[in-house]
Design a binder for this molecule. Sequence first.
Ligand code: UD1
Length: 421
Amino acid sequence: MAQERLRIVGGARLHGEVRVCGAKNSVLKLMAASLLAEGKTTISNVPDIADVAIMAELLTRLGCTIVRGHESVTIDVPAVLGHRADYDLVRKMRASINVLGPLVARMGEAEVALPGGDAIGSRGLDFHINGLEALGATAHNEHGYVVASAPNGLTGADIELDFPSVGATENILTAAVLAKGTTTIDNAAREPDLVDLGNFLISMGAKIEGLGTTKLTIHGVPTMHPTVHATIPDRIVTGTWAFAAAMTCGDITIMGGRAEDLELPLEKLASAGAIVTSVDGGIRVRMDGRPQSIDIATLPYPGFPTDLQPMVISLNAIAEGDAIVTENVFEGRFMFVNELIRLGAQITVDGHHASIRGVEQLSGAPVAATDIRAGAGLVLAGLVSEGTTIVEDSFHIDRGYPNFAEELASLGANITRESVE
Ligand code: UD1
């Protein structure tokens, strides 16, 4: 089968304007949550990425009819849904497990394949399962599937998460909206994507308090109705463009980017020397010289997002000075560092710390993307490497960034797609 890779010749300063797409980590959850109400739900500002197509396929197999429009998706949800999400789709995209909560809440049963490990760590499902059990479902692992059942419906409960897991908060929230009585979730995640999901659910008739805080209160309702909703802009894509500007001594205006969702990353970029300004409808990031190194530690929102950690390491690889990057969210997220080392980066990893000594210039080489964000981080490194960098397995990047290579080219990068057998 033909696969794609990216060929980058480094050295260009990126300048111009880009428009940020809708958030991948929001839209996939909105699509899954549409299962909660019979009828046609329409979501706009939908990014043209591979993961949206995977979620559409999953919902189709559950019995929905999907119509894709220009940056929109309409999901016609039947009265009776299937209840099984197969391994062939779930293994391609972990967000498939977001159908678990809605299916148990609406159909009283769900069988969702365990996503397994991936290139950024082991990522358990225990918080999801414990949460559903607290709401009165039975749940166990059987032949590689989570099998959950609540034939008599769910009942509200007080739940405290050991860690503010985004996925677990979402699955519990999308189950609790149809439970009898009141549910509280303490130590809930408060990522902007989760707030978007909460607002989407409220527009479907759910009763939720505390969005954007660590405690959610959900008063269950008997039924919900379809809705029309626009996905929020993607803060990780916004952040990726901001780092691209800072690393390439560029000047990029990121239209649609919301500075309020990226306070810490933008502050860190400013301390690296970037000039970050708000412009009408977006953010402008420019850089005049070599960046200064920046120390960061990833944490749940509003901490530094783990999804921008590869971009920070790439920036530090060519920055002036030494930096420490601490990964607190995903244990396996430094795997791509070995690829950066192939470009001449000076990095050592010790547990969840990476120490980076900036070099003046990286040197182009073949590297491989291991996941979406690592792939984007490697592309940024390729843009500032002398000579040619090939990024293999670029399909990972297409899962999260619509037309990434084309948009980079429009900003002046020397980057092309190549097919490989
Ligand atoms: C989501 C995002 C991902 C982002 C991450 C953290 C999507 C599709 N993905 O992933 O891009 O990097 O949030 O912001 O939205 N954990 C457990 N048990 C559980 C659940 C989680 O131990 O039941 C652990 C995980 O292994 C990980 C940590 O909690 O170490 C955070 O995971 P979580 O917040 O759930 O991330 P995801 O929702 O999978």
